[in-house]
Structure formats: structure tokens, C-alpha cells
Design a binder for this molecule. Structure first.
Ligand code: NDP
Length: 240
């Protein structure tokens, strides 16, 4: 049986690799994105994976998208909440809009999509949810109170929802990536990046497929005894 998987932010960066890996694992994948039509078209042409544009931070937009997926593809059994953005600034310079954008996109999207798919998973007595957190939600990061709060929130959200899902065969886990070589990280100034790499015991940035492999593992049908965990995939940069 080809289970239906939705990967938010699944057309670029880490999400694109997750989408590809889930497809390779035999899942029917839908990849969502926010606005980069060109990247989504190229991704679809290369992989054949359906790309859907909607704002994962907007509840009504998510509702319409989930309804469409139900009608055209089927009920979602695997949900990967990967969509994320940064709007970095120290608190002095951080605006309310920058705060809201990061909280809505990174954390609000987890609420929206879990809320809209969880009851179907309960009914099916099966579900796999993976939320993409961050090392910066675990350890904090200068200039990222919004992002660290959102990602830390994802880790708490995961543990709470895991308790609600367990009796229905639904697992809910988080992955906390370290620094992964994507456009998000390419925006970090080169000198700062060199200092970050120097602190990674494995001596390199992560690759998107390091994260994708974790998602495939956590969403396997027989991964039914792993729930409520946060799996750190960070080359040893942060251990606890
Ligand atoms: P990218 O910026 O490379 O890609 C982000 C993806 O999310 C894009 O597909 C983008 O769509 C989509 N997206 C952004 N906002 C929304 C939205 N409102 N609704 C739907 N989709 C949206 O990011 P990464 O691949 O680097 O990051 C993926 C996840 O991993 C994020 O949650 C990030 O916080 C997390 N992470 C990344 C790390 C890293 O080092 N890269 C480290 C730790 C965590 P579009 O193409 O249309 O813009």
C-alpha cells in the first residue's frame, strides 16, 4: 500500500530531499511550497512529485489544501512539518511582524496541519508525524529569539501530541537538524559559517539527505515504538 505523505516546504532544500526519499520509500508524496513557482516547477519536472502552493502558516489555506488532497489523492497518513523561515535580528531590532512571520510559519504551520490531519489518522489507527525543529531551538542562538522560540515550541508540541496519538497508533517525533547546506544557511555570512563549522565535531555542514534519512526511518510502518523523541542530526555540534 502506498501511503500518502505531505511534506511542507517540500520543493526546495531539506524538504525536497525528504520528498524524494519518501517517494523512493514507496510513498505517494505531495510537496507544498510558499511562492517559489520556478523551483516548484523544476522539482516537479525532475521528480514527478505533485507540488502544491499554499501558506502553511494560514489555517484556511491549509484547510482548502487538505480538502483538495483528500479529494484528489487520499487521506494523509504521513505528515512532515518542514516549512520554515528565518527573520533574524537582535531583540532591539526585531519587529512584531518578524516575530509573527517566524512563529506562524514555523510553529503555527505544525498546529494547522496536525489539527487538519490528526482525526483522520486517529480513525485509521495509523499516523506518522515528523516535525522539523532545530539545533537553535535546543541551544538558542544570538539574533534568533523568534526562530529559537518557534523551534523550541515545536519540540514541546511534539512531546505533547505524541501522548495524545500513542493510543491510536500515531507517532509524533521531531528532528533537530544542525547546520545543513541549503539556501537558508548560505545566507549566513562566510566568516560566521567558518566559525560554526569549526564547532562541528564531524567537521562539515549537514547534507539534506542526512535529515531525509531520519524522516524515512521515523515514518516507516514498523517504527511504531518511537514517539515523542527529538532526534538530533547535527554532526555532534550539540549533545544532550
Ligand atoms: P529552505 O529555505 O531551503 O526551504 C524552505 C522551504 O519551505 C521552501 O520550499 C519554501 O517554499 C517553504 N516555505 C517557506 N515558508 C512557507 C510557508 N509559509 N508555507 C509553505 N511553505 C513554506 O529551508 P531549509 O531546507 O534550509 O529548511 C527546512 C527546514 O529545516 C526549516 O524548518 C528550517 O527551519 C529547518 N532547519 C534548517 C536548518 C539548515 O541548516 N538549513 C537547520 C535547522 C533546521 P518556497 O520554495 O516557495 O519559498
Amino acid at each position: 500500500m502506498s501511503r500518502v505523505a505531505l511534506v511542507t516546504g517540500g520543493t526546495r532544500g531539506i524538504g525536497a530531499e525528504i520528498s524524494r526519499a519518501l517517494k523512493e520509500a514507496g510513498r505517494t508524496v505531495i510537496a507544498s511550497y510558499a511562492g517559489n513557482d520556478e523551483a516548484a516547477r523544476a522539482f516537479n519536472a525532475e521528480t514527478g512529485i505533485k507540488a502544491m502552493k499554499f501558506d502553511a502558516g494560514d489555517f484556511e489555506a491549509c484547510k482548502a489544501a487538505i480538502d483538495q488532497i483528500h479529494n484528489e489523492v487520499g487521506k494523509i497518513e504521513i505528515l512532515v512539518n518542514n516549512a520554515g523561515i528565518t527573520r533574524d535580528a537582535t531583540l532591539t531590532r526585531l519587529t512584531r511582524d518578524m516575530w509573527d512571520a517566524v512563529i506562524d510559519t514555523n510553529l503555527g504551520s505544525c498546529f494547522n496541519l496536525c489539527k487538519l490531519t490528526f482525526d483522520d489518522m486517529r480513525e485509521a489507527k495509523f499516523g506518522r508525524i515528523v516535525n522539523i525543529g532545530s539545533i537553535n531551538g535546543q541551544a538558542g542562538q544570538y539574533g534568533q529569539v523568534n526562530y529559537a522560540a518557534a523551534k523550541s515550541g515545536i519540540h514541546g508540541f511534539t512531546k505533547a501530541l505524541a501522548q495524545e496519538g500513542a493510543r491510536y497508533g500515531i507517532t509524533v517525533n521531531a528532528i533537530a537538524p544542525g547546520y545543513v547546506d541549503t539556501e537558508m544557511v548560505r545566507a549566513v555570512p562566510a566568516d560566521v559559517l567558518q566559525k560554526i563549522i569549526a564547532r562541528i565535531p564531524m567537521g562539515r555542514l549537514g547534507h539534506a539527505d542526512d535529515i531525509a534519512r531520519g524522516v524515512v526511518f521515523l515514518t516507516a510502518d514498523d517504527a511504531d515504538f518511537i514517539t515523542g523523541s527529538t532526534v538530533s542530526i547535527n554532526g555532534g555540534q550539540h549533545m544532550y
